[in-house]
Ligand binder design. Structure first.
Ligand SMILES: *[C@@H]1O[C@H](CO)[C@@H](O)[C@H](O)[C@H]1NC(C)=O
Ligand SMILES: *[C@@H]1O[C@H](CO)[C@@H](O)[C@H](O)[C@H]1NC(C)=O
Length: 252
């Protein structure tokens, strides 16, 4: 397709709305968190079960683990500067359904300071305010308005790397990067409302054509999307490891 393939430079800004009333002093685990022992021969299976137990609580957040509400997950701003004169900005993104993941794999390797996961998301819904400027396929776009999107059967395979460090004689794992090995965008469908302010017909037609090519468009924007997803995951899982030492999370 004719979306500029020479897109090169990309910036993504992701930050979280930090829960305000997070208790700093009390460090305890909620009762539904099952701890997994490092020495357990079924360590990986234990992790899987523990995650399954935690899952229903992710929607509203888990203050004890410093995890914010996960549905909707709020990203205040996601910016895409794709070079070649194409700019998109999404403000106040509300992401629904990220808590309803299916774990295909979730391996924590304490020896290697790595977490490898493979997760699929049956249904994600995104609502945001968008601003788009530039050439996409054969459209010259310059519009803003509400955006609504559904993505079904998205899958992410990634590895997170970290480093050990000591704090008051306790060993912690600082997760430093997420490497996305593979992403399958599944079946995406988006609506950019008010794209051509006084022309609902053209807006509808354009949306139709954009959606017919959405998988390719997303693939072209993949480096940015990987960065956004990678940083989001890093922020989430990183918080847990920042708060608790390795021994506290995984006793011997
Ligand atoms: C767990 O493994 C460590 C070595 O990695 C060993 O020192 C310790 O005795 C083991 N603990 C149990 C309960 O097996
Ligand atoms: C997304 O799905 C919801 C129902 O789950 C529907 O109401 C909405 O119109 C859909 N939006 C798009 C852009 O497909």
């Amino acid at each position: 397709m004719c979306f500029e393939r020479r897109i090169i430079f990309i910036v993504a800004v992701v930050s979280f709305l930090v829960p305000l009333c997070e208790s700093a002093k009390v460090k305890k685990f909620p009762p539904y968190i099952q701890k997994c022992r490092q020495n357990d021969t079924d360590f990986q299976k234990c992790l899987y079960r523990a995650l399954e137990n935690i899952k229903p609580y992710l929607k509203d957040g888990i203050p004890e683990l410093r995890l914010p509400k996960m549905s909707p997950l709020i990203l205040p701003e996601v910016g895409i500067d794709a070079g070649a004169g194409f700019i998109a900005r999404f403000e106040n993104c509300e992401i629904y359904g990220a808590d309803k993941f299916v774990i295909e794999k979730f391996d924590v390797s304490l020896e290697e300071n790595k977490i490898k996961f493979d997760m699929s998301f049956p249904h994600i819904r995104i609502k945001a305010r968008y601003y788009i400027f530039g050439k996409v396929m054969f459209f010259n776009l310059d519009g803003s308005g509400p955006a609504d999107g559904n993505i079904t059967d998205c899958r992410v395979i990634a590895t997170m790397n970290g480093q050990r460090f000591y704090q008051q004689d306790k060993q912690y794992l600082k997760l430093t990067e997420t490497i996305i090995e593979d992403i399958d965008f599944g079946k995406p469908n988006f609506q950019f409302y008010e794209l051509f302010k006084n022309n609902p017909e053209l807006t509808q037609q354009t949306n139709k054509i954009l959606n017919a090519n959405m998988v390719e468009l997303l693939t072209d924007l993949r480096p940015t999307l990987e960065q956004v997803i990678g940083n989001t995951v890093l922020e989430f899982i990183g918080r847990v490891f920042q708060r608790f030492s390795i021994e506290e999370l995984f006793p011997r």
